[in-house]
Design a protein around this ligand. Structure first.
Ligand code: SAH
Ligand code: SF4
Ligand code: F3S
Length: 454
């Protein structure tokens, strides 16, 4: 059989990155090999994101580019997977007839098997979303080479750290968000499947695992994950995973504050290999806006959670997500978001201008905010966050930190602290990626630190 090559371009969140690995592994089982150049690939997969209009535009412009590539290489097959595929389905092929296949978010596991019948997939759309979906047990094949899974600011590919999806979908229907539509109903994987996967990863030399879900705090709430243990929750899972011998660092993302339990907060004081870092998206500083976002918590309860987290783990680095210019956001609402920033002093944040998404409730809200006002508010927010990040990062100067190395060159190296800060070292560290070394921090910038060997 003639060997075929594939190339995967990944957009969006860590879940898509893990899904890309799963597709790569599935293709590998059916004889496909991963190629280095997109233009030479027999099969190009775009694993797409539709969280904001801009994310979707990126996919569309990539597909425009691929139309020309395909003219030069007519044997090339193009597959659109991920959240845009799920949401747009057949419309993608109607708009872009050079696309051969559209695969939804629950249909990636047997991609290789499906493609084995290669001549028949032209124009095919597989986007079934089941309400009672069960995430297949799919153990990672550590031999699969994922060097082409591209995403410039992603921690992939790192042979010593991996993402592990523990749940799929979301039932929260925040009024601005497409995820419940693109990923379907919330379903949690079995504890035993997750723990088996952790064992495989650790045995293969993985030192750091990040557990993934749209709202990991509600793990185990919509289906049974541990037969006979009906109240098994995320904190229980964390303890179980953390106990796997050889796992040095454990992280998770992401969390809706409405489901953050005391049990989970306590984990930051009691699990030694749980990294002191928490991404807790707040979205807005005004209760009125949070209510219209359907977030189901208030700023008062959020601040109390922050206080408890810092009590359990004083060194915890907190980050958040904020949406600027949600429909109806007044100057006063925005001031409250700025006030929250001052109050919490987040180590960092991701902030986005509100973007209308088709099918969401907020897209029907009438009081949309003018683009220039959104841009102006976003700039004010980001400038202040940058200042705060710098101030917080300066607190590390003079301290000694354990760094897990990611790259090591002749006279430079880069790694991460347990708080997830990037540290650059301008020395020969005489160590390899994945090793943990101690450095003294001697410089702080807005987005990274510098350190020297001790
Ligand atoms: N499950 C996570 C969010 C995942 S989406 C949570 O509940 O917090 C990642 C981030 O994208 C969100 O936190 C939000 O800040 C942003 N986002 C989602 N939909 C958006 C929209 N329509 N416009 C702008 N930003 C959006
Ligand atoms: Fe979207 Fe809300 Fe679900 Fe997060 S919790 S994925 S923001 S609907
Ligand atoms: Fe994007 Fe889908 Fe993730 S919309 S952020 S790729 S869940």
């Amino acid at each position: 059989m003639e060997q075929k090559s594939f190339y995967i371009k990944t957009f969006g969140c860590q879940m898509n990155e893990r899904d890309s690995e799963i597709m790569a592994q599935s293709l590998g089982t059916f004889g496909y090999i991963e190629g280095m150049e997109i233009q030479d690939a027999d099969l190009v997969i775009l694993n797409t994101c539709s969280i904001r209009a801009k994310a979707e535009q990126k996919v569309m412009s990539m597909l425009g580019y691929l139309r020309k590539t395909k003219q030069k290489n007519p044997a090339m097959k193009i597959c659109v997977a991920g959240c845009v595929a799920q949401q747009e389905g057949v419309k993608i092929i109607e708009k872009m007839p050079h696309v051969d296949l559209v695969v939804g978010t629950q249909n990636i596991y047997n991609l290789g098997e499906f493609l084995e019948n290669r001549d028949e997939f032209k124009g095919k759309v597989i986007t079934d979303l089941q309400d009672n979906y069960k995430i297949p047990k799919f153990l990672p094949d550590m031999v699969v080479d994922t060097t082409n899974i591209e995403n410039s600011d992603s921690p992939y590919p790192k042979p010593f750290r991996k993402f592990l999806t523990i749940m799929q979908g979301c039932n929260n229907y925040c009024s601005y968000c497409v995820v419940p539509y693109t990923r379907g109903r919330e379903v949690s994987r079995l504890v035993s499947d997750i723990v088996d996967e952790v064992h495989v990863l650790v045995a293969a030399g993985i030192k750091e695992i990040t557990l993934l879900g749209q709202n990991v705090n509600s793990y185990g709430q919509t289906n049974e994950v541990f037969p006979g243990r009906p109240n098994y929750g995320f904190a229980d899972l964390l303890k179980k995973v953390a106990a796997v011998e050889g796992l040095q660092r454990l992280r998770f993302t992401t969390s809706n504050p409405k489901d953050l339990t005391e049990n989970l907060i306590e984990c930051f004081g009691s699990i030694p290999n749980l990294c002191p870092q928490f991404h807790l998206p707040v979205q807005a500083g005004s209760d009125a806006v949070l209510k219209r976002m359907n977030r189901k918590y208030t700023i008062k309860t959020y601040l109390e959670q922050i206080r408890q987290l810092r009590k359990q783990c004083p060194e915890i680095a907190l980050t958040t997500d904020v949406i600027i210019g949600f429909p109806g956001e007044t100057d006063d609402d925005f001031q409250q978001t700025m006030a929250l920033l001052e109050e919490v002093q987040f180590h960092g944040s991701f902030s986005f201008k509100y973007s209308d998404r088709p099918g969401t409730r907020a897209s029907d809200f009438t009081d949309k905010i003018d683009e220039t006002i959104k841009s102006e508010r976003l700039a004010r927010f980001q400038n202040r966050q940058d200042e705060i990040s710098l101030e917080r990062n300066k607190e590390y100067i003079g301290t000694i930190k354990k760094i897990m190395l990611e790259t090591c060159g002749e006279d430079s190296a880069k790694g991460r602290t347990d708080t997830n800060h990037i540290v650059h070292i301008h020395q020969n560290v005489a160590a390899k990626p994945g090793d943990i070394i101690s450095v003294k921090i001697n410089f702080a910038g807005q987005h990274s630190l510098k350190g020297e060997l001790i």
